[in-house]
Design a protein around this ligand. Structure first.
Ligand SMILES: C[S@@+](CC[C@H](N)C(=O)[O-])C[C@H]1O[C@@H](n2cnc3c(N)ncnc32)[C@H](O)[C@@H]1O
Ligand code: SF4
Length: 438
């Protein structure tokens, strides 16, 4: 069986200087302590503001140095014991050494900086939930290091795969299946044919997707199908070079959202934090307050995560999504939930706009784009002229760019919320409500 070649590795940083003492007075977005030595900024991974630490420089830059922490002389009162044994080496989390309260405060400070041209008197309204056990989807990397099979995530300081025995941000269901999988897989020939593994938990239970990089025998496949049945796991196989469409479409997944049920393909986008998703959708409904006078345009709608709750309250909803399979799922979701007032259009929102969108009088727009933002579609939104725009963003810098444009074209920022979808990581989600100026 042929094994894939490993991607080029970023080596672990090595000390290049003596151990020195630093006083830390700031924190970067990636949770690095900021200190100054003879006027030069040094970023120290693992150090917190207010601490006196010793560290060794690993990289000399023109404007700043980078260093690794060697000891903490005077710890911050906000330092906590990381809940995960892999925290210092795994790249998945960056904030487990800081109390939950201070993590949120650090994210708020950072977000205020990103949105400094947009928010003046508005408070950043926080939305948060459980700090651990929230992640219902994960991609597990697999590698062979010194002859041993390693399952885990990419490292903090290097691109090597770090072997994981427990991951406390995963849901309980995924933590259990990860352990069962790891114990069975490490000594099995399937490991040599895997590119990565995707774990997913939803209302239907747990599913595992094996992404193959080499073909395997029917006997091996049957043995793993039997394992999955015994563990009550839905198993998906993605053959080498197979597209998403070739992964058993018959076995759609589903998740509940309030009194709605949404089906989706296991490789479709869904929000990773289920309980925060419930809260986020509820907040969107509360801020937009759709009513029977409203036709709402839900841009980047996925399988209808916002469109369906909107359709329960608005006169009608039009969802737009680039992936045909998700548009089909969204239509099916509206039908299964008895919502006849939601229609879905397949369109690429970075390309010239679909004229169908301008035929109906749209009163409110919800935007939930990927990290690149929605800049290409903003002139069309302005032409549509909704009274309210609700922007949900996973990238504060593209949100700032897009919102500044909307403000320049006649909208004002009404409310902003920092949604802590991924506690322990530096990731920040934002919701912003804009109103058309009179
Ligand atoms: C952040 S997800 C939001 C999905 C949905 N609103 C939800 O809450 O589940 C962004 C969605 O935009 C879609 N998308 C990405 N690029 C797009 C484009 N150029 N045009 C339209 N949709 C796009 C993705 O397929 C994905 O479903
Ligand atoms: S992603 Fe999981 S394994 Fe990695 S540090 Fe976070 S909790 Fe630990």
């Amino acid at each position: 069986m042929r094994r894939r070649t490993s991607p080029r590795r970023t080596p672990k940083p090595q000390p290049i200087g003596p151990v020195q003492t630093f006083h830390v007075d700031g924190l970067t977005h990636e949770a690095k302590g900021v200190a100054r030595l003879q006027g030069k900024v040094t970023f120290i991974d693992g150090a917190l503001p207010g601490e006196t630490v010793t560290a060794q420089v690993t990289k000399n830059g023109r404007r700043f140095d980078e260093a690794i922490l060697t000891s903490i002389i005077d710890p911050s009162p906000h330092r906590v014991e990381p809940a995960c044994p892999h925290f210092t080496v795994c790249g998945g989390c960056s904030f487990q050494h800081l109390s939950d309260e201070k993590q949120l405060a650090a994210k708020q400070d950072w977000l205020k900086g990103q949105l400094r041209n947009l928010i003046t008197t508005q408070e950043l309204e926080p939305l948060s939930d459980a700090p651990f056990g929230y992640r219902r989807r994960a991609r597990i990397a697999i590698d062979r290091i010194k002859g041993d099979i390693v399952l885990g995530f990419r490292g903090k300081a290097s691109s090597d795969i770090v072997s994981i025995s427990q991951c406390v941000v995963l849901t309980d269901g995924l933590q259990k299946v990860f352990l069962a999988l790891k114990n069975t897989l490490v000594n099995d020939e399937l490991a040599g044919a895997l590119g990565h593994i995707e774990l997913l938990e939803d209302t239907k239970g747990v599913s595992v997707l094996f992404r193959l990089t080499a073909s395997i025998s029917e006997t091996l496949e049957a043995a793993w199908d039997a394992w999955a049945e015994k563990e009550r796991i839905a198993l998906y196989w993605q053959a080498p070079k197979a597209s998403k469409a070739e992964v058993a479409i018959a076995k759609m997944r589903h998740y509940d959202l309030g009194d709605l049920t949404l089906s989706y393909h296991p490789q479709d986008f869904i929000q990773i934090n289920a309980s925060m998703n419930q809260k986020m959708v509820a907040q969107a409904m509360d801020w937009l307050r759709p009513n029977k006078q409203d036709t709402v345009l839900d841009l980047f709608c996925g399988v209808g995560n916002f469109s369906l709750p909107l359709a329960q309250q608005a006169e009608s909803v039009i969802g737009v999504e680039v992936q045909d399979s998700m548009v089909v799922a969204a239509r099916e979701n509206a039908r299964l939930n008895g919502l006849e007032n939601a229609q879905f259009i397949a369109a690429d929102l970075t390309k010239p706009v679909n004229q169908e969108l301008f035929k109906t009088k749209i009163t409110k727009v919800l935007l939930d784009p990927p990290r690149a933002g929605a800049f290409e579609f903003l002139d069309s939104v302005i032409k549509i002229g909704p009274t309210q725009i609700l922007y949900v963003s996973c990238n504060a810098s593209t949100l700032a760019r897009d919102a500044e444009y909307l403000v320049a074209k006649g909208y004002r920022v009404e409310r902003v919320s920092l949604m802590d979808m991924f506690p322990q990581t530096s990731h920040v989600e934002t919701m912003m409500l804009l109103h058309k100026k009179k």
